[in-house]
Design a protein around this ligand. Structure first.
Ligand code: IPM
Ligand code: MN
Length: 356
């Protein structure tokens, strides 16, 4: 990117520990902006559980329209103990993803040197892959409903919506991403063709057809249950995994655990042609709210992904190097309350290493 560029960033701290980790992420952003020659202009939005309880508003139309005008978005976390499950998740987070056409959820699973993995004998060179999750369709689309709710003859239907268009744009992104990543040039489709014989039949046909356009990429297929097994047994087999919304949700929590936990796992909701939103994937962790013990590294890793997406490759590299330094020198246990440092201190260390 050209020097001296100013990026407009929408900041959504959200619920629970969201605001605490966002504060440290912005500290890292300021530190890297000071040495990299770009500027940021930030607008904060108080979307989340507290606003919903106060006003009944989830995502006002006007806010949604404003968000389209930003270069990028940073989200802390969504989820409030006093709000019934599903309201904020569907009414806010999924609304943002769907309406802003952030049709890819990109989730790197990378084990940094010095970070503990629960996988015995696995090293950083064994755990280094990225999950490309479809982010706007599948069971998440919300198709279905109840019949005779609350009676003994109740029927609950929750359909999976899979369009050729949706699968294809996700698959194409995954092939391009795999090529650009230039690591093992291997793309694995994760599905369930032995049971979900309509949805994944279509996904697999599209996968095979598009693969013909990418002779440099080796393709592979695995059922989702088997992927869970291989991610634990042989994570070194993976480079890029592409999958639907629900399977992607599930396997990326498993991925987060093998890379050291929610303390370090970040993701990006990508609209390749519009505004993208970056977030730590760990949730709002309400029981740690206000204690200054939550790990901000995942939110800082979200900043790294944001910078990479904006084309600020060097700045992204700087943030990644600082994270690597912190986990190899200062923070051995990445879990909330066990870091041996406060949230603020970890953020300060990252900012210091970025400036070095
Ligand atoms: C995630 C989260 C969300 C999801 C929830 C909060 C709706 O688990 O980003 O993975 O299921 O996508
Ligand atoms: Mn999830």
């Amino acid at each position: 990117m050209e020097k001296g560029k100013t990026y407009r960033i929408a900041v959504l701290p959200g619920d629970g520990t969201g605001p605490e980790v966002v504060r440290e992420a912005l500290k890292a952003l300021d530190a890297v902006s000071a040495v990299s020659g770009f500027k940021t202009e930030r607008v904060q939005y108080d979307l989340g559980g507290d606003r919903y309880i106060r006003t009944g508003e989830l995502l006002p139309r006007s806010v949604l329209e404003e968000l389209r005008g930003f270069d990028s978005m940073l989200l802390g976390a969504i989820g409030h103990p006093d709000v019934q499950p599903g309201i904020l998740e569907k009414g806010l987070l999924l609304e943002l993803r769907f309406n802003l056409e952030q049709y890819i959820n990109l989730r790197p699973v990378i084990l940094y040197p010095g970070v503990d993995t629960p996988l015995k004998d696995k090293k950083p060179e064994d755990i280094n892959f990225v999950v490309v999750r479809e982010n706007t369709e599948g069971i998440y689309a919300g198709a279905g409903g109840f019949l005779r709710r609350g009676t003994s003859q109740e029927i609950a239907i929750q359909d999976s919506v899979n369009t050729r268009f949706g699968a294809e744009r996700c698959l194409r992104f995954a092939f391009e991403f795999c090529r650009r990543r230039g690591y093992r040039n291997k793309l694995t489709l994760c599905g369930k063709t032995n049971v979900l014989t309509y949805a994944f039949d279509m996904w697999e046909r599209a996968f095979r057809e598009i693969a013909a356009e990418y002779p440099d990429i080796t393709t592979d297929y695995a059922h989702v249950d088997a992927i869970c097994m291989w991610m634990v047994k042989n994570p070194e087999w993976f480079d890029v995994i592409v999958t639907d919304n629900m399977f992607g949700d599930i396997i990326t929590d498993l991925g987060a655990m093998i890379q050291g936990g929610m303390g370090i796992a970040a993701g990006g909701n990508i609209n390749p042609k519009g505004v993208s939103m970056f977030e730590p994937i760990g949730g709002s962790a309400p029981k740690y709210t206000g204690l200054n013990v939550i790990n901000p590294l995942a939110a800082i890793a979200a900043i790294q992904m944001m910078l990479d997406h904006l084309g600020e490759t060097e700045a992204a590299q700087r943030v990644e190097n600082a994270i690597k330094k912190v986990v190899s020198r200062d923070v051995k246990n990445l879990s909330a309350g066990k870091m041996g440092h406060s949230t603020t201190e970890v953020g300060d260390l990252v900012a210091k290493y970025i400036a070095e």
